[in-house]
Ligand binder design. Structure first.
Ligand code: CA
Length: 223
């Protein structure tokens, strides 16, 4: 796969290029927003790792311009530690995932693998369930046309529930979807994620089916 790395801090940029190349990808890099924007516009990449704090043109503007021009490659943004507004703005601008600095290179590689996998699984799937609308390609959820920021776990959980709306999904099934390569997955943590997701969605969206699991229901449908 061809990956673009955009990072103005030379040491971190070199580490990213080395780690991603080491994972078997072809990597190009850019150190300012204008160069990044140009490369992303004229060349095809399978994914982009984009720092938000960049000289010349900031990362959010780069991302918005790409999306406006329908450059829809998956983009993982690098945000400043604790800057949650940046994450929300990034997702609104069309980022597929985010990672706060400082991060472990292993985690970045895992997120990148997940993005590339998601790209292969659903080219541009969009699902709707009553007031909830989900676009897998843009990693975007809208409720009553308003963007709903979700964590990547909550997003994956909602994707599966939406893909199979009306069906009862067991905790084990949901855990397998969220942690596909983790042998230590614990279906109890699914309860926590379901609880958090439920608080963000319109009341009644996620039904608990005692002893069996969870089901997504269309709350706008007449009962
Ligand atoms: Ca920077």
């Amino acid at each position: 796969m061809r990956i673009l790395v955009v990072e103005d801090e030379p040491t971190l940029c070199a580490q990213l290029v080395q780690a991603i190349s080491g994972a078997g990808h072809t990597v190009e890099s850019a150190s300012d927003g204008a160069e990044a924007h140009y490369l992303g516009e004229v060349e095809d990449f399978d994914a982009v790792v984009l720092d938000l704090g960049l000289p010349v043109l900031d990362g959010l503007s780069v991302l918005r311009r790409w999306r406006t021009a329908e450059r829809n490659m998956p983009v993982l943004i690098l945000t400043a530690r604790g800057a949650w507004q940046e994450k929300v703005e990034g997702i609104d601008a069309g980022a597929d995932d985010y990672l706060a600095k400082p991060f472990h290179m292993e985690e970045l590689l895992a997120r990148l693998r997940a993005l590339l996998r998601r790209l292969g699984e659903h080219a541009s799937a969009q699902w709707q369930c009553g007031p909830i609308w989900l676009d897998t390609r843009q990693a975007r959820v809208l409720v009553d046309s308003q963007p709903l920021p979700l964590t990547s776990h909550e997003f994956k959980l909602l994707s599966l529930l939406m893909q199979r709306k009306g069906e009862v999904l067991s905790r084990t099934e949901l855990a397998e979807h969220i942690y596909p390569y983790d042998s230590d997955r614990d279906s109890n943590t699914i309860e926590v994620f379901v609880g958090r997701l439920r608080k963000k969605l319109p009341p009644g969206s996620i039904e608990t089916v005692r002893g069996l699991g969870y089901r997504l229901v269309d709350v706008s449908a007449p009962t």
